[in-house]
Design a protein. Sequence first.
Length: 257
Amino acid sequence: MFVKLDVGAVVHGLFIPHSDNRAAIVTIVAIFGTTISPYLFFWQSAQEVEEVESDPVAEALVEAPWQARRQFRRIWFDTLIGMGFSNLVAIAIIISTAATLHAHGIVDIQTSQAAQALEPVAGKYAFFLFTIGIIGTGLLAIPVLAGSTAYAIGDSRGWRSGLDYKPWEAAGFYTVIGLATLLGIAIDWSPLDPIKALFWSAVINGVVAVPIMIAMMIVVRRHDRMGKFIAPLSITVLGWAATLIMASAAIAMVVVQ
């Protein structure tokens, strides 16, 4: 069984929101927060540093600028594929949920109801498929979220940080990973609704990302920090445009509250 979609309405809804209530604005901030999450800044930058350290040929670009073209091409391809697939999955989730749960008036979604959204495709195996997806997502998220927290704290404190180190070689770094993981487990066993916890954490991400993006856009145009690798005009314009859009959404959410 397949869900019938009004393609015209789907395309229109993706680009032109037709609701101006508070919940819609908060949801937009949450969507931004899951797309440009603050932890990605720390995770990807730290991984790029480890990539250079683990490659005997690679060097920091300020010391080996001739390697820039190859490294930028790799980073561009990595980011394009990763963000492309993640946004494709996000759009599929939004459309399928709107066509199933929202179409039947279910707007306050619980875990069991989220699994029901898969019934048109998976039938009686909907809950099993949903469970496998949640477990897989959790196993993927634990090292990224806990690791990015450890990178952020470790780098700010000047600790030795990196997953290439043994636990006893970077004790502070791995301690933060362990504590972050335990905190996640504690939240899982708490009375907090998991769907609401995920939603509001995305909202927080959407707000916190704004000052980080502003700082990043200032740094990438500083010659004393970037040398000859300052961001070109096209990236600068697009970066500030994205920052302005996210800031506008966050401010609008605060105003309507």
